[in-house]
Write a protein that binds this ligand. Structure first.
Ligand code: C5P
Length: 245
């Protein structure tokens, strides 16, 4: 019984506006990818790690991750997150029965959350995601083509129209790591492979590829501190949370 974790770190992180890939941006002097890798290794339930790297940066990613208790390999990612996960999954041999997929963009994920996800998969749930209740009211929208333009033909203040308001009690904000039976995840990526080439088609998480097979995906309690770092504001908040630990 072997658990392999794929840590996605191949994104450019353009929304952070740094001149290094997001995974190499530091929090308290430690690169995000190293913090995320440490969280996985410290769980005690991960046997091996594959990190997806931006093309041409694998040596930097390898150095940033540093030495861990678990075996670490680095592979070039692809043009989308889905393609990067597929590249990592290619290194999961038949000895691997459970695969975790985690984002370097969630460096504060606790080892307890990792253990919770792996325990649920080992309990027979073949696809497991951590999820949190949604506190905002969420609206589904479409472009508001009929909206009047603003003064002098400039775009008006209204750009979208609300379609409906899903009941938020049945919504969950899902996180990583997501855990899978290896065979199921391989099948999901194989069946969904044509989506991986283009950002507008690609799955933004692995559970969506399993859902497309009509296979059940189960939810365990997520981690309120495991925020996803996308903007400078997220980074500032993560640094505060880290200092508080
Ligand atoms: O861009 P975003 O923050 O949504 O990316 C989520 C995760 O997927 C990040 O950890 C990023 O490094 C990774 N990623 C990847 N390959 C890509 C795009 C994103 O490994 N082509």
């Amino acid at each position: 019984m072997t658990t392999l974790a794929i840590l996605t770190a191949a994104g450019s992180g353009t929304r952070l506006g740094r001149d290094v890939p997001k995974a190499l941006v530091e929090l308290g002097g430690v690169p995000m990818v190293a913090l995320a890798a440490r969280g996985l290794a410290d769980s005690g339930v991960v046997d091996a790690l594959v990190v997806t790297s931006p093309a041409g940066r694998s040596a930097e990613i390898r150095t940033a991750v540093g030495s861990l208790e678990v075996d670490v390999r680095v592979v070039d990612g692809g043009g989308t997150r889905q393609a990067s996960v597929a590249a990592g999954l290619g290194l999961a041999g038949p000895d691997v029965d459970v695969v975790l997929v985690h984002d370097a963009a969630r460096p504060l994920t606790s080892p307890e959350t990792v253990r919770r996800v792996v325990a649920a998969v080992r309990d027979g749930h073949r696809a497991v995601v951590p999820g949190l209740p949604v506190t905002d009211t969420i609206k589904r929208v479409v472009p508001d083509d009929g909206a009047p333009s603003g003064a002098h033909g400039r775009p008006g203040p209204v750009a979208e129209r609300v379609v409906d308001t899903p009941d938020r009690t049945v919504l969950r904000a899902v996180q990583t790591p997501q855990g899978f039976d290896r065979e199921l995840l391989v099948r999901a990526h194989t069946e969904g492979a044509s989506r991986a080439a283009a950002e507008h088609l690609a799955a933004t998480d692995d559970a969506a590829l399993v859902e497309a097979l009509d296979e059940p995906v189960h939810v365990v309690v997520g981690d309120p501190e495991a925020l996803k770092i996308t903007t400078e504001r997220d980074l500032a908040l993560a640094i505060l949370l880290l200092e508080d630990r």
